[in-house]
Ligand binder design. Structure first.
Ligand SMILES: Cc1cc2nc3c(=O)[nH]c(=O)nc-3n(C[C@H](O)[C@H](O)[C@H](O)COP(=O)(O)O)c2cc1C
Length: 214
């Protein structure tokens, strides 16, 4: 079972990439959107030290138990303000509970990293942050997929006439934002779609082979 998690908007780019990887794995999966879920940041109380279970009462522990049971985790987050968004950061902070007393509950768990920002660079800030956390959890990172994000300026209603927004930056001042102005959604990013297919298939092959061996 693969758990796929997106820290982006409910129907945003991150969710599309994560879902595509899950679909292409040809394995059983569960997709979880963090959008609308309550995931506080770690408060450093260390009450998880004795049993590796976080004591905060929010949506974390239900997801945490799924992470523990999963054979692989696909985790994606977007760039907000030059770094990983707060929801994604909070989620990764809470993985602290898995690391006490040399337990490392996620050690060896297969993982795929998804990162979304305006410039499509594979080893970007968001990717590097997720990787750092997964490394400290001793997880086995299989691959990563990066996709171009979809600026909110195109849908805020004021984009064509806003001198500090991305629409004017990319196209100058325009009266109407037409289809040809929009940045490519994930589906139209040939390279990113290919990478999602390739990585999903790879993850599925590893899991299938493990089942054959066991
Ligand atoms: C508050 C905020 C800040 C953002 N800052 C950046 C940024 O600094 N760099 C960047 O590349 N994208 C930035 N973005 C754009 C998001 O990365 C982009 O909209 C992405 O598609 C969001 O992911 P989603 O579609 O999965 O929701 C920002 C978006 C928001 C809402």
């Amino acid at each position: 079972m693969i758990i796929g998690i997106s820290a982006g908007r409910k129907e945003g780019v991150t969710s599309s990439v994560v879902k595509e990887i899950l679909e292409c794995s040809d394995e059983e999966y569960e997709y979880i959107s963090l959008s609308g879920k309550k995931i506080n940041g770690c408060i450093g109380c260390v009450r998880c030290a004795t049993d590796n279970i976080c004591k905060q009462m929010d949506d974390w522990n239900e997801i945490a138990s799924k992470l523990l049971k999963a054979d692989a985790i696909v985790f994606g987050a977007p760039n907000y303000g030059g770094t990983i968004n707060a929801l994604g950061h909070a989620f990764l902070e809470r993985m602290f509970c898995f690391r006490h007393r040399e337990v490392f509950s996620l050690a060896g768990k297969l993982a795929v990293i998804v990162s979304v920002e305006y410039a499509r660079e594979k080893e970007n800030t968001v990717h590097n942050f997720i990787k750092k956390v997964f490394d400290t959890q001793m997880m086995a990172i299989v691959e990563s997929v990066a996709s171009i994000g979809y600026s909110q300026c195109y849908t805020c209603g004021f984009g064509g006439n806003c001198g500090v927004g991305n629409v004017v930056r990319d196209h100058g001042f325009i009266n109407e934002i037409k289809d040809e102005h929009y940045p490519p959604h994930f589906r139209d990013q040939t390279e990113a779609v290919f990478e999602a297919h390739r990585v999903g298939k790879l993850l599925g092959s590893i899991l299938k082979n493990r089942k054959t061996l066991s």
